[in-house]
Design a binder for this molecule. Structure first.
Ligand SMILES: [Zn+2]
Length: 238
């Protein structure tokens, strides 16, 4: 008699990919770099503080929408592709169980399982079509059926993370600053902070990662500041 398999509840692993925190940190970093650059650019052109505030706010909203749209499309496309592949796999398991059992057995043989053991295990897995789909999905596509990311969640969270990052250099202007430097300081502190948090995902010490982000952001701000200053000077000479 062939034993049947039942779905076994899984134990949980630590989220080695960094999950939501990783996405949040990099989203906020995008917002910071992009709006520090924008604010330094218009600030360098010596426009009134109100104009800097409007530009920064528009940059925040435009950037966040762009990130959300990009993320939505990317996740949606990925989910659709995986769903189509899973349907294909489900049909194959129904129509051609012997071929699928052989396919699974071959994958395990390639990993070093003894042939008869691999064939027997593949047969056992196929006594339960849902379990067979799970195993094929994991082995062939690297996904778990029914555990696909939501495009809406991805879109909203990338909108929010970008917006939080972009808001930081804008804060001094919101509170009535009339010069550029407080915005640059706020943005610099924000960059150092997200850089330090991002060190969790690498082997680098937190302060090295923080300083690196700070320097990269400063370079971006320096470039746009010079461009703004050049165009501002050109415009006032007209
Ligand atoms: Zn298959």
């Amino acid at each position: 008699m062939t034993p049947t398999v039942h779905h076994v509840p899984e134990h949980h692993h630590a989220d080695v990919s960094g999950g939501w925190l990783r996405a949040a940190v990099f989203g906020a970093m995008d917002g910071l770099v992009s709006n520090i650059g924008l604010i330094a650019g218009v600030g360098g052109a010596n426009v009134p503080p109100r104009a800097v505030l409007i530009t920064g706010a528009a940059g925040l909203v435009a950037g966040a929408i762009s990130m959300a749209l990009g993320e939505y499309t990317s996740v949606k496309t990925q989910v659709e592709q995986v769903t189509a592949e899973l349907e294909k796999e489900r049909r194959e398991i129904e129509r051609n169980p012997d071929g699928e059992i052989e396919e699974l057995a071959k994958m395990w043989i390639a990993r070093g399982f003894p042939e008869d053991l691999a064939r027997q295990a593949a047969k056992v897995v196929h006594t339960n079509p849902e379990e067979a789909l799970r195993v094929h999905a994991q082995e062939e596509l690297g996904v778990v059926p029914g555990e696909q990311p939501s495009p809406w969640t991805a879109a909203f969270s990338s909108f929010a993370c970008f917006a939080v990052g972009a808001l930081i250099p804008l804060l001094p202007y919101l509170f009535g600053a009339t010069v550029l430097w407080p915005a640059i300081v706020a943005g610099g502190l924000g960059l150092f902070l997200v850089g330090a948090i991002a060190a969790r995902f690498t082997a680098r010490p937190w302060w090295v990662s923080g300083l690196r982000q700070l320097l990269l952001g400063a370079a971006a701000a320096g470039i746009t500041y010079l461009i703004g200053m050049g165009i501002g000077a050109g415009a006032s000479a007209l």
